[in-house]
Design a binder for this molecule. Structure first.
Ligand SMILES: Nc1ncnc2c1ncn2[C@@H]1O[C@H](COP(=O)(O)OP(=O)(O)OP(=O)(O)O)[C@@H](O)[C@H]1O
Length: 219
């Protein structure tokens, strides 16, 4: 599902501020597998997930998602590919603060005019946030926003889910609820990559591979 071949990412390349965030990474995530990406803050986890989703271009190397070189697509193709195939749970949520919870959750369904209202309501119920359905996101707590971000990533039923610290703002009960849901969708043969340093997730045990990063390298 994900093939990464000798990928490096240098921010501000060619300037005095050049910084190598990823240094010659190669890895393979098989279809239907769950992988954890662990490493201390600044080790490069978010940068690598962003490259998987085609949000950044690699400075060197190649990334294939389901055989497609998403990082080489023009942005309009890349965004359509992302919308149809990838659910990204952003560390900082990336919600639109002036829209309601439901409007945020349904955003990925708008371009292709897919009716996902029923699924959205079910997920809002499941993650204990249905009472906020019509509340603007700017009025939500961090943990509430995190759950909205998780639901928005899942709404188009993506085959690849990239989750950046998906439990960072949640208490244990809600984290377990999300892990339970991940377990359920894993059975539907989705591929899941979770960047985390949450001990609960690391102890979860329900993953095939754990990649560890340090200073932009895979250990
Ligand atoms: N757009 C950018 N421009 C310059 N440097 C960047 C940029 N994005 C990330 N970096 C740097 O790359 C390094 C890796 O950042 P990244 O966010 O991938 O780490 P991380 O492992 O996800 O950390 P955390 O656990 O704190 O989220 C950091 O030193 C960061 O400052």
């Amino acid at each position: 599902m994900i093939q990464v071949k000798n990928v490096s990412k240098i921010f501000n390349e060619g300037t005095p501020k050049a910084f190598t965030a990823l240094d010659d990474i190669s890895l393979h995530v098989k279809k239907g597998e769950v992988s954890l990406l662990k490493g201390i803050s600044g080790s490069g986890k978010s940068t690598l997930l962003s490259l998987f989703a085609g949000l950044y271009q690699p400075s060197k190397g190649e990334i294939l998602i389901d055989g497609e070189a998403i990082s080489q697509y023009p942005e309009n193709f890349a965004s359509r590919f992302r919308r149809n195939n990838i659910g990204f749970i952003f560390q900082k949520f990336n919600l639109i603060s002036t829209l309601t919870v439901l409007e945020n959750v349904l955003l990925p369904t708008l371009p292709d005019d897919i009716d996902k209202l029923e699924e959205a309501m079910e997920l809002l119920e499941l993650f204990n946030i249905s009472s906020k359905t019509n509340v603007e996101v700017k009025h939500l707590s961090g943990g509430e926003q995190q759950r909205v971000a998780v639901i928005r990533a899942l709404i188009n039923d993506p085959k690849l889910i990239l989750a950046d610290e998906p439990t960072a703002n949640l208490d244990q009960a809600l984290s377990i609820k999300i892990l339970d849901y991940f377990e359920k969708i894993i059975n539907q043969e989705k591929t899941l990559v979770i960047a985390t340093h949450d001990p609960l997730l690391l102890e979860w045990g329900n993953y095939e591979t754990c990649f560890e990063m340090k200073n932009g390298k895979l250990l």
